[in-house]
Ligand binder design. Sequence first.
Ligand code: HEM
Length: 419
Amino acid sequence: MTAVIELDLGDSHADITDHDVYTQGVPHATFLRLRTESPVSFTEEQDGRGFWSITRYDDVLYVSRSTNLFSSAKGIRLEDMDDEETEARRTIMELDPPAHSRYRRLVSRPFSPRAVADYESSVRELAREVLEDVRGETSFDFVSRVARQLPMRMLGTLLGLPEQDLDWLVDRGDALIGNTDADFTDYVVDQVDTSDYRLLPFRSPVALELFEYAEGAMAARRTHPTDDVLTSLLQPTVDGDLLGDEQLKNFFTLMVAAGNDTTRYSMAAGMKTLADRPTLLDSLRADPAAIRVAIDEMLRWSSTTMHFRRTATQDVELRDQTIRAGDKVVVWYVSANFDAEQFDEPFGFDATRTPNDHVAFGLHSPHLCLGAHLARLEMRVLFEELLPLLDSVRVTRSERLRSNFISGFKRLEVEATWR
Ligand code: HEM
């Protein structure tokens, strides 16, 4: 049994598919029980054919790496999709090697460690701007005023998009990622009939607006190339490969959706860990070099992307269970990140944890988050800029997203005193 427990572990028999469960926090006690008693277990679904839950760290790595046995090509969300839906909604995420590797080469350059290192001064400038807007206020929502702002403005800078479009775009990204939360969309997938939109990402008509915007942005760059990431995505690779129009639209939508909310929620979770630990806040302020390591613990702790799904390509034996060809297999990153076999005192927040091989970005798999370096940079720079300004901070109210997919605070009201 672990000694340090700094989290509310919640219910040990929660329905892990139930979006409402997560509004109260991640049911860590349920995942702990599954890791201990039944690490590969079959989870029934009310509106689906059920899936295998993989909850231990080693097994999550095994499934993620074995792309020949566990494919992404038939969908990466819990949702059951027919072939037509799968085909229409395919992005880089729903590809297996070698097609995935080719696509990834086309889009990876602007997200490489070297490219991202060059963005640091832009990120810092934007972080200062965002913090200047809120500095001095004693009570505000950290999510909308800070955590939403930096990833959104950085995306605008990278993609070369006009500032006045950014709120509109990010609202649309929120409607996709938050498609189970009525605060973000009128088309809550488990509450209204979305069958008319079944061929669109996240079964949402909002995707059409993003597609249309993407088409306009691409057309403008075809006539007037610039030095932004969108222009670079229009260029062929050294092998002469080129992204098609559908792929470009889908990739744009993915960047707006996947690149914003996840970073925002991870920042908000990071802020909450510091607000809850004033001595840690003091020590990081005194030693800013330690922020880099602390960021990875924030990422493990928040495990913003809680799961992704694969589909078994053949019968596979795993921990005495037989997974049949065609079965849905869900890798629970949020469970792996709290596995005591991998992390000492997993339920304790250790800002100095090294090594910290968390799977918040889907470690060691071909689908390792493309935006990982960028997200880490944005989080580090935000806290490097924020901590010297902040004297104290206290969370007065928080509200979580209704989602079994993304874990995060959609509101984090804080009271702050400034230096
Ligand atoms: C803290 C923030 C983030 C988290 C927690 C996160 C999480 C993840 C995870 C877990 C995956 C693996 C998907 C899988 O296993 O199938 C992934 C993939 C991906 N992420 Fe992120 N992400 C974040 C930020 C970003 C950003 C900033 C961008 C882009 C601007 C981005 C773009 C992508 C893309 C394109 C993929 C697909 C990669 C592939 O299939 O090869 N992400 N992300």
